[in-house]
Design a protein around this ligand. Sequence first.
Ligand code: NAD
Length: 257
Amino acid sequence: MRLDGKVAAITGAAGGVGRATSLRFAAEGAHIVAADVDDDGNEETVDLVVAAGGKATAVHVDVTDSGEVAAMVDTAEEDFGKLDILFNNAGVMLPSDDDAVSTDESTIDATLAINVKGVLLGCKHGIPALRRAGGGSIINTASFVASVGAATPQIAYTASKGAVLSLTRELAVLHAREGIRVNAVSPGPLHTELLMKLLDTDEKRQRRLVHIPMGRFGKSAEIANAALFLASDEASFVTGTNLQVDGGLTAAYVTPE
Ligand code: NAD
């Protein structure tokens, strides 16, 4: 198994990517600390992991709350003895997020708090634990919008994901000699609640699909597979990178008919 005996904390574990990754990591032998503000969804993820024969604990974590993020790390060490993998994956794209002129300040503040401060707090509390474990892997979820301008305005979200990429690079450099690898995964448009709530008509979905050379939305499981590679020892010389998992979106100038 590719993560045999490893301990992974996963934020946003109630959601599409977080749940798929919890299941994938557990199937590869990792013990999961599932963290989310959505307690019912989080418990459901843990139940699914356990039903599949894995080990998991649910913790209520708002990633903007330093004390709750610290408690997530404590849970990993207390329940499973250590922390090896930190997947900073929780994120929001708020319906009120629009262009710079229209987006209100509360939307900007909330988006940056969850998508940027949340990742930093994960690292603030996770890195000392990874050091105690003798090294480890941090994976931060960015987005294709960190690399290309979005056709649908969502300026606070785009700014937040750009920040995730830049902080990932700096952390990778700072902690490379400690055996802590830090990478980002950048999903393209996925068939999860986060995006489907926004693209709520066929017309809106088609408008997004024309930008994807593969002509379809991605699946959470496809992001989980990329995170698995970055989490595993197979990525032992990979740090500071941004793994684009986007059906070719960021490579495209025009897409085939
Ligand atoms: P999702 O909405 O299914 O899951 C996100 C999860 O984060 C939810 O369970 C939610 O409860 C949780 N969350 C929100 N605020 C939180 C907080 N303050 N503290 C803890 N948890 C919180 O979305 P998803 O598609 O699984 O998104 C996972 C990540 O992938 C996000 O960072 C998102 O920005 C990114 N992403 C998604 C897409 C897409 O098309 N769905 C594309 C690119 C990037």
